[in-house]
Design a protein around this ligand. Structure first.
Ligand code: SF4
Length: 1015
């Protein structure tokens, strides 16, 4: 049969419609239908949406049957600037995710010691949960700590979630949790990119991807390291390919030869856990060969700053180190005051712009990396020497003013005990080469969940409030003491008239946030109502599950998360859940977390934990915004209605909170003020959650008539930009970073115009498509792309340029005339940090071995591991242990997403990638007598899983410090709960250790040691 495009589409349509409607019981009607005809307005409505999987943020078109209100088709949006109509396998199957018979239509309840789920009504489920929340809160509420400091904290409840919910829901959820007094508030961002925020904020001032997806096409050299973009962010690769067509070089450095490597001009294999050695060598190469962009380095970085002589580095340790006892969570800590700048009489850092002073950052940097010679780097990482030198040559060539190199990285860098320092190393390279703020440059963190950028911005994290404001701690008891302490270093920096020191406006943002939470309260009262963390204590993901293991919590929310598979040392998490009295699991499908009581090794009759499962809507069934990796806030519209009785997360949150509030109104209870006064009524229309109302509150309103520079803004109008927020209670803004996103001109995230000025079009800024934080600026730090007269270093691809009167191109990062303010406006002294004095483990990155390693020493110092790492001394680690001789790592595959919960339930995707596998080289397989396709057991000191052996040429043995090293690679997207017959296997996180980075606590899930044996 000859099949042309039209008949192919018709054929595919009949098959697809047939499958779609079979599940709904409409076979006869569907078989007769022409799917193409059904896409016409007569039959279906069309809405635009954004993919719910990775943070590339591809645009979608959703067709919903007018009669049944069910989705009949989802495809790429051809007008969307990022994906231009394309999607990867996951995006293409979203329709099947929504129309999925595995979705529980109503809430489920598992009673203590029961072996089954029972279907229950929403009213009953929410009512019972509200009662348990109140009981736990009242019983565990702590007004004062042991020191007598007011903390107003609920200790018996913890929450994880979520990066998969909309911005408006993230804000709502954090508000609700903080009103209840929780401090253990964590989610996916902690375990995937928290080290990114810590590294980029330290280096440049903001913790996000500096450029955006389309801009990758403007690069001259793209380094993909710590990521496999072609596999995990497939549509991003469209822009890599466009750059390569224009002549850009692609370099892939990875423990495995990946789909990205297959397209690269240069591929080098390295040992997992050795990237700082490789990048430290790059810094040495750049300095030795004088390849820095000198004008940029002197004008825009702290390389000329002079450092106090208290700062030293000796055999792997910086000055100021103290080792902790085994009873503490961190191995040790530094007194960072020893890493300070030398200051003048005004308190401003002293500088030597000639870069000759022996204690200026530039010379300290040279001396620090003098040890990172090529032979040592080769020895520690196992990299091929010629390949390494080629990499150094290619990438450092982007230090020329008119060239730009970029980096695309992801979990391969973030998830290490030195994760923050991996990223810091590259940030330093990019500052030295003048690659920050420029088109085709930047440090590009590839975010993996559709809204993990937004959920981070809205701070579903223990240590920050929306807009990256610090969580209050017990030592700052009043609002005034808190804001003064936070603004102080920036006010100090602002003594230099050229330093914008933007965080000096901290009180305006905090005051406006408190007003968005508690509109009727004074700043002092609202501040008092926020829970306070203990001074010096951290409450990160790993510590949350350690506290759960120690029975510190009665109740637990897992909202849109699956920690029974997604967290490091998942077996520990599963066991810890047996210590809870009750748990609420909100998701599209039941998962390994909600059903932990019936999982492998559990006897339901012995598990007391009550579990409530609440079914939530799929992204295309609700309205709201998400923020992609490139900081684009994009609005999604509702297509089909929520399937069965499922509800949007926002509806579930507000309905639950209303019930809790009603209980407090009726019965009283511990510290009811924050619950009673929370701004819930401002989140609703006609008594129901309304994403537009929350989006407006996040942007912020004038709460009274306010006159600023002769212009009066009426009470109730939306604040046009964060520069107009006030610290006197006259404005509210749920998140100052998003102020400008929803103004009196409308919902800017919903904009769909591809119109650009000629300057914008030159580099593809798409400034009128959606909205981007901050204030629609597409490339941050963009004034660093110009010299002190406002002339772009790369005139052929300018980001901004001074036309004599104003800046043209992108929204400038500060509108001042050229030469009047430094470019890195969020840092107190206005210069990018080559020397980063704020991190817990040192101002310069240093190679340490992972916490689990086959080695007892390495080439750079006698300090084996990160001396400040997070670990629990009672948990054994395998170091040079012959029982676990191989270096293991984990990763994702195109067809699955995160723990695979959504994709394992999507038949097309599961069929393509059905079960757990482990990659190994031919040499190892031969040694172990393992054939390709055989079932094997992979074991670490924490647990074991079966997997199918994938014997491959994509990995080969490495020679590392005189020893042959074999590596194992495994996906982490499988779990016992789906497929139901167990044929998929279980999570590789049963093998990974609970150790973490000292800056953020991100677990070291990307490198550990394991063994493999034939079954
Ligand atoms: S998963 Fe990522 S790359 Fe694939 S369609 Fe969705 S947003 Fe695009």
């Amino acid at each position: 049969m000859k099949v042309n495009r039209r008949s192919f589409l018709q054929l595919a349509a009949v098959t697809a419609v047939s499958s779609a409607f079979c599940g709904l019981g409409f076979e006869t009607e569907a078989l007769a239908a022409d799917r193409i005809a059904m896409l016409e307005p007569k039959w279906s409505k069309q809405t635009t949406s954004v993919c719910c999987y990775c943070a590339v943020g591809c645009g979608l078109i959703v067709n919903t049957d007018l009669k049944t209100k069910r989705a009949i088709n989802v495809e790429g949006d051809p007008d969307h600037p990022i994906n231009e109509g394309a999607t990867c396998a996951k995006g293409a199957s979203i329709w099947q995710l929504a129309e999925n018979k595995e979705r529980p239509p109503r809430p489920l309840y598992r009673a203590p010691y029961s072996s089954e789920w029972k279907e229950v009504s929403w009213d009953w489920a929410l009512g019972e949960i509200a009662k348990r929340v109140k009981k736990t809160r009242d019983a565990s509420f702590t007004e004062k700590n042991d020191k007598g400091q007011v903390v107003n904290r609920c200790n018996g409840l913890a929450s994880v979630g979520s990066a998969a919910i909309d911005n408006e829901e993230c804000w709502t959820y954090q508000a609700m949790l903080r009103a209840l007094g929780l401090v253990y508030v964590e989610h996916q961002a902690r375990i995937c990119h928290s080290s990114t925020v810590a590294a980029l904020a330290e280096s440049f001032g903001r913790g996000a991807m500096t450029n955006h997806w389309n801009d990758i096409a403007n690069s001259d050299c793209i380094l993909v390291m710590g990521s496999n973009a072609a596999e995990n962010h497939p549509i991003s690769f469209k822009w890599v390919t466009k750059a390569m067509v224009k002549g850009a070089k692609l370099i892939s450095i990875d423990p495995r030869f990946t789909r990205t490597s297959a397209k690269a001009d240069l591929y080098c294999q390295i040992r997992a856990g050795s990237d700082i050695a490789v990048l430290g060598g790059l810094i040495k190469y750049i300095l030795d060969n004088d390849l820095i962009q000198r004008d940029y380095v002197v004008s825009h970085t702290n390389a000329p700053f002079i450092i106090s002589d208290k700062f030293t580095f000796n055999d792997g340790l910086f000055s100021g180190y103290t080792k902790n006892g085994d009873d503490e969570d961190y191995v040790g800590a530094y007194d960072k005051s020893q890493w300070a700048y030398e200051r003048d009489e005004q308190g401003l850092p002293k500088r030597d712009e000639s870069l000759k002073h022996p204690r200026c950052v530039y010379n300290l940097l040279k001396s620090h990396y003098a040890r990172y010679d090529v032979d040592k780097v080769v020895s520690v990482s196992g990299i091929d020497k010629d390949g390494l030198l080629e990499f150094y040559k290619l990438f450092s060539a982007t230090g020329k003013p008119d060239k730009a190199g970029t980096i695309m990285y992801a979990m391969g860098w973030t998830q290490h005990t030195v994760g923050t320092q991996y990223i810091r190393t590259m940030a330093m390279v990019q500052l030295l080469l003048g690659n920050i703020g420029v088109s085709g440059g930047g440090v590009n963190a590839l975010r993996g969940e559709s809204n993990v950028q937004g959920s981070t911005d809205h701070c579903l994290l223990w240590h920050i409030l929306p807009g990256y404001l610090a969580t209050p701690n017990a030592g700052l008891p009043t609002y005034r003491e808190y804001v003064d302490a936070k603004a102080k270093p920036h006010l100090q920096g602002a003594k230099d008239p050229k330093s914008a020191a933007w965080w000096q406006y901290y009180p305006k943002y905090m005051s406006s946030f408190l007003k968005a939470m508690y509109p009727e309260a004074s700043s002092e009262d609202a501040y008092a109502w926020l829970p306070k963390a203990e001074d010096g204590k951290t409450y990160t993901w790993l510590q949350l599950f350690e506290a759960m293991r120690k029975k510190e919590f009665t109740g637990f929310f897992a909202w849109g998360m699956n920690p029974a598979c997604g967290g490091a040392n998942a077996g520990k998490n599963r066991q810890a859940m047996t210590n809870l009295d009750w748990m609420v699991n909100v998701n599209i499908f039941d998962n390994e977390t909600g059903s932990f009581w019936r999982g492998p090794g559990m006897d339901p009759k012995k598990v007391k934990t009550e579990v409530f499962f609440l079914p939530c809507a799929v992204s295309i069934e609700k309205e709201g915004s998400i923020t992609n990796s490139g900081r684009w806030m994009q609005w999604r519209y509702q297509g089909p209605t929520p399937r069965g009785e499922s509800k949007s997360d926002g509806h579930i949150m507000t309905e639950l909170f209303d019930k809790i509030r009603a209980l407090y109104a009726k019965e009283g209870g511990a510290f009811p003020e924050p619950i009673k006064n929370l701004s819930v009524d401002m989140w609703k229309t006609h008594g129901e959650f309304d994403a537009h109302q929350v989006a407006k509150l996040i942007n912020g309103y004038f709460l009274k008539d306010v006159t600023i520079k002769d212009k009066t803004y009426k009470k109730g109008t939306l604040v046009p930009s964060f520069a107009l927020l006030q610290d006197d209670g006259s404005t509210c803004s749920g998140n100052w970073l998003y102020c400008n996103s929803y103004t009196e001109d409308g919902n800017r995230a919903a904009r769909r115009s591809r119109e650009q000025t000629p300057e914008q079009e030159k580099i593809g800024l798409f400034s009128n498509w959606s909205w981007c934080w901050p204030v629609n600026r597409r490339i941050i730090y963009n004034r660093a792309s110009c010299d002190n007269t406002g002339k772009p270093y790369a005139p052929q691809k300018p980001v901004v340029a001074w036309n004599g009167k104003s800046w043209i191109g992108d929204v400038p990062d500060g509108g001042w005339a050229p030469g009047t303010k430094y470019a890195f406006i969020m840092l107190p002294n206005g210069h990018g940090h080559v020397f980063g004095p704020g991190r817990q483990d040192g101002p310069f990155p240093e190679h340490y071995e992972p916490m689990e390693t086959p080695f007892t020493k390495h080439e750079f110092s006698n300090q084996l591991n990160n001396p400040t790492a997070l670990r629990f001394a009672r948990e054994a680690l395998a170091v040079a242990d012959p029982k676990y001789p191989y270096v293991a790592t984990t990763y994702r595959v195109t067809e699955h997403w995160q723990t695979g919960l959504m994709t394992r339930h999507t038949p097309w995707l599961l069929e393509t990638m059905p079960q757990m596998f482990v990659e190994m080289c031919e040499e190892l397989a031969k040694e172990k007598g393992i054939e390709n396709g055989e079932k094997v057991m992979v074991e670490s000191i924490r647990g074991s899983i079966w997997a199918i052996a994938m014997v491959t040429k994509r990995m080969h043995p490495l020679k590392v410090m005189g020893k042959t090293v074999y590596q194992l690679g495994m996906p982490w997207c499988f779990g016992w709960q789906m497929p139901h017959d167990g044929s998929g296997g279980d999570s590789s996180n049963l093998l990974t250790p609970s150790v973490g980075d000292p800056n953020t606590g991100i677990p070291e899930t990307k490198v550990f040691v394991a063994n493999v044996r034939k079954l």
